[in-house]
Every structure is written in C-alpha cells, then in structure tokens.
Design a binder for this molecule. Structure first.
Ligand SMILES: [Zn+2]
Length: 736
C-alpha cells in the first residue's frame, strides 16, 4: 500500500506563490483584520469575472499610505474611498502569473468630515477580467516534482485561490468576509465559511457565504456538482455541523462512505486536539487531480477521490489541516511545521493504529536516505512546501519524526496536552516552531531549546554505529559492554537512544534508553542473566541516517541519486530500444550502450534497461536470495512466475552502496512508465500489465542486514545479527 500520495499537494503551495513574492513576516501578536464584502459574478463560458469588493480596513491604517496586490489579469474600473497614487507590475518568481501592486494615498478627512465626525469610508473597488484555467495534470519529473496551478475560470469549473490574486491582498493582514456569488443555472459555489443561502434568481444562481473567522486567503470554487449532505453533531460540538460531498458524477455509495468517514475523523481529532473550528466540512471533486486542504473544505481530483487508500491517508490528512495550517496558521518565514505534524497525526497515526508504525517510520527514514544528500538538505525551519522528493522527505518525513521524538521525550499524555494548549493559544494566529517550543515548555516545565534547536535548525541527521560489543560474567550475573558512535560530520546530537537487550531464558527483550551527548560513548550495564542479543533503535524511533544494510533497495535510491547512468541495450526488438531512448530522454539521464562497456561503472546509480541488456544478470543476481529468477523469458517475483513478454518489470538491487535497477518494459507502455515510475519510489520490485500498464504487483525486499544488532553465542562471542529483532507491541496514541 502506498503510504504517501504523490498526487497530493496542499493549499500552501498556492499561498507560497504570494509568499515568494513578498515574504510575509507575520507578527505573533494580533494581526490586523480586514473585512471584505464581495459581490462576484462568474461567466465560466467567457472565463470572465466581475467583482465589487467593499473593504473595511483596520482603523490604524486609515491615515497611512497603503499598498495591495491584485492579479494583473484584472482591471480596476472604479475606486472609492482612497486615491491611487501609483501602480506597478510585479513579476511572480514562480511564473504562475503576474500581479499589479497599487499604492494608495492616506485618507485625510476634510474640515466638514472632521466636524461631522463622519465615519471613515470603506475602500470600494470594482474590477473585472479574464482568468483562463491554466490547469495541467500534475506532470512528474524524474525527481518527483509536480506543477502547481493558481487556478482559473472555465466551463469545467472555477478555482480562485490565494495564488490567483483575485481579491486585493494586503501584506501581513488576515481577512474575514461575506461573499455573494452569481453564477449560471445549475452551478454551485464553495468557499470557506458558512453557506447562508443558495437561491435561483431568474436564470442565475446566487450563493451567499459568510466567513467570520480570520483567514489567510479567500477561496472561491464553483462547478456543477451532485450534492450529498448530512447534519451531524460531533462528540464535542455544541452546534450542528453540516457535512457535504460534491461529486461531478452521481455516486451515492461513495458520497455516503465519505460522509461517515468525515464524521469519524472530526471526532478523532476533536478528541485528540480540540473542537473543530468551522461550521461545515465539504469534500468537493475537483476538475484536475489535487489533494488540497482548505479551511473547512478539501478538493480531491476524480482519480484520487476513488482510490481506496486515500480514505485512510490523504483524506484524514486534509481534514486535519483544519487544525494544523488552517486552524493554527503557519508563520512561513520560520518554517512550515504543519505538514510534519499533520502527516504524523494523520498518515502516520492511522498506520500506528493498524500496528504498522515501525514500518511507516522505517519507510520515512528510507526515503530521507534515498532522496536527501548534503547538497539538497536543509533544516526544518527552511521548509515552506514540497517541490520534489528531497523537500518532501525533509518537510514531511523529518517533520513527522521530529514530532515522534518529541512525543517520546515528553510521554503521550504531555504531548497531547501540549498540542491542545498550542491549538487553544494559537487558533487563527500564525505560529512557528518557537511557539510550539514555548507551549510544550509551559506544559512540561522542561528546557526544550536544545531539542528544538538541533532538530529544527540543523540540516542532516545523526549516523549511529555500534562497536566493541562484548559480554562477560560479573559476579552472579553478566556485564554487557558496547560503544555507540555518532559518525555524522559536525557536533554530536543530544540523543536519547532507545535499545533493547534480550536475556537468556526470556522471550521479550528489555527496553532501555541511553542518553548520548558525545560522539563516542561507552556503555557498561549489569544484567542478572546472560545477554543474547543487543538491538540499537530497533523500532526506528530516532531520526537518523540509516545504514545501507538497513534499507532494502528501493527505486527512491535511484530517483534521489546525484549521479545516474542509464545503460541502453544494443540487442532486442527495435521498438523496445526506441522506447527506452525515449525514457532516457524524458528523464534527462546520461546514457551509454551496453556494448560500449566492458564492466559496469561502480560510482553511479545504474538503470540497466531492456530485457536483452547484456548486464541484466548483474542486476538480478543479488536478488536470488529474495527468490528472483529469470528462466526462459519468465521472471519469478514474490513466488509467482510472470511472462516477460506480457508485462513490464522493474527490480532494484544494490552492490555495496550502488543502487542498480533493471527495467524490462512493454514498448507501447513506455509513456505510462515514464510518468508512473517516479511515484513508486518506496518499492523494490514492480510488475505492470503489458496492455494497460496497470500496476499488478509492487513490493519491498525484506531486510537482510542488521548493522545495529548484535547476537552473543554461548561462549560470549559477538556477531552481527542476521534476523529481525523481536519488538514489543506499540501502544497507539489516543486521547488521555
Ligand atoms: Zn498537508
């Protein structure tokens, strides 16, 4: 099962377009609030929008010069309440579109207005323009990148978000609003806030929304949907909550199962964190493939919405963003903590409930090892949103491991208390890692500065090694000695290293935690019985760089490698040879033909391409102990034979540290493989149907080396363990 959905992204990508333009330095104190009274008419057939926005600015701003941004696709036809002094074009560095910046003179009341104490006038803007949809299906790059779109207006649907610049944007302020949307018959709109009405007026539909809570960006989505709804009361809710599912094609069973899931997840997160902040939650089917989480609604693409695993991964993730990201906002200038925390409490936690927590953490660490090098690493405080495998492995992966270690450091009860307090204190305000630290310090009375500093402000990870393990009789019992080393460059990390010791005659190992402050630490412990086995961090509770032997080879090692060589076949069907050239070109790989090499190079990650590649055997031989074999054009994978002529096959192995993949494709499916394979980074072998490129099999190799585990024989001789450790069952995080 996929543990991370490559198709998903979050609203933050849209905000980032603006963040890049003008880095927002959000004050932690109260942010100024702006009220918008918006009347919007949408003309989807002409990609056109007309807006009247009556803006109530903070009183303190009235005597100041002001500036705001608006999309350069929109033209202002009238302005009341202020005088424009200048206008300039700003180029968006993300090239998603341009903006105009408008300068306004201060408001200076004349004598009569002063004497009459006339109310300060609103700033009223009328503007209109054509915003065409620039939607594209996310295009996968070799390193897992995806394009983002800032939205548009068209007959397939309307999406206007923060990055579109469709509402005047005043830096550093939050917004609340009332929004009237006028649309063609049969259309419906969706925004954050409460739906006040949905009526037909002559041949047009009119929706009214009210959003009383502060929000960073104002969203307007519209389409022709089938609507399914349910009024519910959550376990902690005072008010009835409206749940709705909006689908482009009628599908009652799908809608009903989502409505039930929505209620279950909102109950789960209310139990863990605190009350849900909004009056409704809507799942809307988007008109391109997304996984966006907005305040009180989510937009999932038509394919995503129907993938069964989404309901236990992306869907709770988007719902949880109503607490983290859209409940407590992110102070982006100091690092986006919300993705790590949301991934930890949604994607990860549901796996932990299924007793798959260890596997999830191992996969998370494997991705970090696969994608992140010294050159592309950065601290968590520099993460804003993901744009490739490395930024995802840091912002989501290291982020979630940070919260896992914090939870272990504090204990479950204090961890939950801290999160509740953080939510209560910072709801509808921007917060940073420093705010998280202060909250957890208040709850725990601990000094958490060293912990937060090393994990959020430092790039990289500790690399642990185990040395000089021995046991010897000691009085009536035994003494276990070993040395733990930190091999990463730079200062030592302050670690609480979890380990376990299995004693003779005992079925369950004894768990221990060893504090480690130095690069080199010798440990000596007395036990009443003879130790038979020692395992350092056996459940992957520490964020650390895994040893090559701890990571069964996966495709991510190839997709993240800085030096990659593709070896093309000189033999085999012409169509296959041409298809493989296309793949090499599409992925931008260096290549060489197999007949030009005597030996394979050893300093690059290798793609051995083609069923008849002369180096095929070298890519497959190391997998024999995993049951892989090619005999008479049949490959045996996971115990079953498959005909190579009817399937596309990928296997990954490793020689020392060098990852080597073999791909035997069906030539006419090459475009699908080019697109799909970068999304299967977590796997060691893949099998696709030859005629449809449907994935038939995906799997991971079993781990065969345990460099941080040692076994002792009856004579006390130590050797590296060859089998997996026995792990105590984990208790899942639940509300205390
Ligand atoms: Zn997210």
């Amino acid at each position: 099962m996929l543990t991370c959905q490559p198709l998903t992204n979050h609203c933050f990508a849209l905000l980032t377009a603006l963040c890049l333009l003008l880095p927002i330095q959000l004050a932690h104190a109260e942010q100024p609030l702006i009220h918008h009274e918006l009347i919007v008419t949408l003309y989807p057939d002409r990609h056109h929008i007309e807006v009247r926005d009556a803006i109530r600015l903070p009183e303190a701003w009235q005597s100041q010069k002001l500036s705001f941004l608006l999309s350069d696709k929109l033209q202002i036809s009238a302005m009341e309440g202020r005088t424009m002094t200048d206008m300039a074009r700003v180029v968006d560095p993300t090239q998603q579109g341009g903006f105009h910046t408008y300068q306004l003179a201060p408001y200076l009341p004349n004598e009569q207005e002063k004497q009459e104490k006339a109310p300060i006038p609103q700033l009223i803007l009328r503007y209109s323009g054509k915003i065409e949809s620039t939607m594209q299906q996310p295009v996968s790059g070799y390193r897992g990148g995806a394009t983002i779109s800032t939205g548009g207006i068209g007959e397939e649907g309307v999406f206007l978000g923060g990055g579109t610049g469709w509402v005047p944007y005043f830096e550093g302020a939050l917004n609340h609003f009332r929004l009237t949307v006028i649309m063609p018959q049969g259309w419906r709109s969706l925004s954050q806030g409460k739906p006040l009405s949905h009526t037909q007026e002559r041949d047009r539909m009119v929706d009214v929304w009210e959003a009383p809570h502060p929000t960073e960006a104002i969203y307007l989505h519209a389409g022709q949907w089938h609507r399914y709804k349910k009024q519910v009361t959550t376990r902690h809710g005072q008010q009835p909550l409206l749940l709705a599912v909006l689908l482009r094609q009628a599908d009652e069973p799908l809608a009903q199962s989502y409505l039930q899931d929505t209620l279950d997840y909102i109950n789960l997160y209310e139990d863990l964190i605190g009350p849900y902040s909004y009056d409704k939650f809507v799942l809307a089917e988007n008109f391109w493939e997304t996984g966006y989480g907005m305040p009180s609604f989510t937009l999932l693409g038509s394919q995503v919405i129907r993938l069964p695993f989404i309901r236990t991964s992306s869907y709770p993730h988007e719902i949880l963003h109503n607490w983290w990201g859209n409940g407590v906002f992110v102070d982006y200038a100091q690092g986006n903590w919300s993705e790590g925390l949301t991934a930890y409490m949604a994607d990860y936690l549901l796996q932990e409930h299924n007793h798959q927590g260890v596997l999830y953490r191992h996969t998370t660490l494997s991705k970090y090892a696969g994608f992140v090098r010294r050159e592309n690493d950065f601290p968590l405080t520099h993460f804003t949103s993901r744009h490739d495998g490395a930024s995802q492995a840091i912002g989501y992966g290291k982020g979630l491991m940070f919260f896992h270690m914090l939870r272990r450091h504090l204990g479950d009860k204090m961890f939950i208390q801290g999160l509740r307090s953080f939510y209560q204190q910072y709801r509808f305000k921007a917060a940073s890692y420093a705010d998280l630290r202060r909250t957890f310090e208040q709850i725990s009375s601990m000094d958490l500065r060293p912990f937060f500093t090393q994990w959020t402000q430092r790039a990289g990870a500790p690399e642990l090694e185990l040395e000089a393990t021995s046991i010897q009789p000691d009085g009536r019992g035994w003494r276990l000695n070993f040395t733990l080393l930190q091999k990463q460059p730079g200062a030592p990390y302050q670690l609480q290293v979890p380990l376990q010791v299995t004693l003779q005659g005992e079925s369950q190992p004894q768990p221990l935690v060893i504090p480690m402050q130095r690069l080199n630490q010798t440990v000596s412990r007395y036990f009443s019985s003879r130790p038979e086995r020692l395992d350092i961090d056996p459940a992957f509770d520490l964020f650390r760089t895994l040893h090559a032997g701890e990571i069964p080879p996966t495709l991510s090692a190839l997709f993240g490698h800085p030096h990659i060589l593709a070896v093309l076949p000189s033999k085999g069907p012409l169509a296959e040879q041409q298809a493989l050239r296309r793949l090499v070109h599409a992925w931008g790989l260096s290549s060489v033909q197999d007949d030009q090499l005597t030996n394979l190079p050893t300093d690059q990650a290798l793609w051995i391409l083609g069923q008849h590649n002369r180096f095929r055997e070298q890519a497959l031989a190391p997998l024999r102990n995993q049951g892989v074999e090619v005999v008479h054009n049949q490959i045996t994978l996971a115990g079953k034979p498959y005909e190579l002529a009817k399937h596309s096959v990928v296997t990954v192995t490793r020689q020392g540290k060098q990852p080597i993949a073999w791909l035997s494709p069906q030539a006419d499916q090459i475009d699908a493989l080019i697109r799909k394979l970068p999304h299967y980074g977590a796997y060691g072998h893949l099998l696709f149907a030859g005629d449809s490129s449907e994935n038939l099999l995906r799997g991971k190799w079993s781990q065969t080396q345990y460099p941080l585990s040692v076994v002792f024989d009856a004579q006390g001789q130590a050797s590296t363990a060859q089998s997996a450790p026995t792990l105590a069952p984990e208790l899942s995080l639940t509300a205390p």
